[in-house]
Design a protein around this ligand. Structure first.
Ligand code: AMP
Ligand code: MG
Length: 270
């Protein structure tokens, strides 16, 4: 395919990322109706390969989701994982660290949630916050956070070497679409719980977050643990792209179901 987002959105190791060169409202020439139908097909394929990974119980996959507020991390997770075997998917949300978490190094809480063999782990935010909000809000001084690019690369390499496929996704939403979605959250009583006044402070720091994300994307995308920058202004595009990226990596793992006992073929249960 000429415009395969799985290829075109991947950040090659060492590339210097400028987010303004990525369209947030790209549709790849797709049409919404057929894209929604394709998502259903991709989800069926995902279910099959996830079940194999689960049955094989030898390797795991970690999907890291990062984004500005209202880019749709929760919606993406709901959309893509709804058909999978829930026993094999573990979603972990990383918010403001608890007292116990703060008393440890920043990778401690994340490591406790990396997926076991056979599982897909989804990180809704992650240790990357320790290079994003922590940097932007000045929760740690530069000499402390600036070392974390290397820590994280080494940590992810260790996970990869030990059998975890690491895939990282930045949901790239425009500032205007974020404004609309935050406003929607305020106006809709069913969505208002998601809104925190602090979201507005983060929104004011948009350029600082952009810079911090650009550094993360430029310095922590590796052949073995790549970042993808996914256009997130349209939910239907975002969901299909993330599903395709996930399927690509799961299929590349070629998980195999365990051998069944010999002599089962043709056996009839009476
Ligand atoms: P949400 O994802 O909307 O539930 O919000 C979680 C909040 O936790 C966000 O505002 C993040 O910036 C914040 N957060 C996540 N990790 C950290 C961290 N390591 N230090 C401080 N704040 C964090
Ligand atoms: Mg929020």
């Amino acid at each position: 395919m000429a415009n395969d987002p799985v290829k075109s959105l991947k950040i090659e190791a060492g590339n210097k990322v400028r987010l303004r060169s990525f369209d947030t409202d790209d549709t790849f020439g797709w049409h919404k109706e057929s894209a929604l139908a394709e998502l259903e097909q991709v989800k069926v394929q995902l279910e099959v390969v996830q079940q194999r990974l689960f049955g094989e119980e030898q390797r795991s996959l970690l999907l890291v989701l990062q984004a500005m507020d209202a880019a749709g991390k929760d919606g993406t997770i709901r959309s893509i994982f709804s058909g999978m075997n829930p026993a094999g998917v573990v979603v972990s949300n990383f918010g403001v660290p608890s007292e116990e978490e703060s008393a440890h190094d920043y990778l401690w809480r994340a490591h406790a949630h990396t997926p076991a063999k056979g599982r897909i782990g989804v990180f809704n935010r992650s240790y990357y916050e320790d290079l994003l909000v922590v940097r932007v809000k000045g929760f740690a001084p530069r000499p402390v956070w600036s070392k974390r690019f290397e820590h994280i690369n080494a940590f992810e390499q260790m996970l990869v070497d030990e059998g975890t496929t690491v895939v990282k996704i930045f949901l790239n939403v425009s500032k205007e679409v974020q404004r609309q979605r935050l406003q929607e959250r305020l106006d809709d009583p069913e969505k208002r719980w998601k809104f925190r006044k602090g979201d507005l402070d983060d929104r004011k720091l948009w350029p600082d977050y952009t810079r911090a994300y650009e550094d993360v994307l430029s310095r922590t995308s590796r052949a073995d643990a790549p970042w993808y920058v996914v256009p997130a202004d349209h939910n239907w595009v975002r969901n299909l792209v993330v599903a395709k990226v996930l399927l690509h990596h799961l299929e590349r793992m070629k998980p195999r179901l365990p051998e069944s006992e010999p002599g089962l073929e043709g056996l009839v249960v009476e």
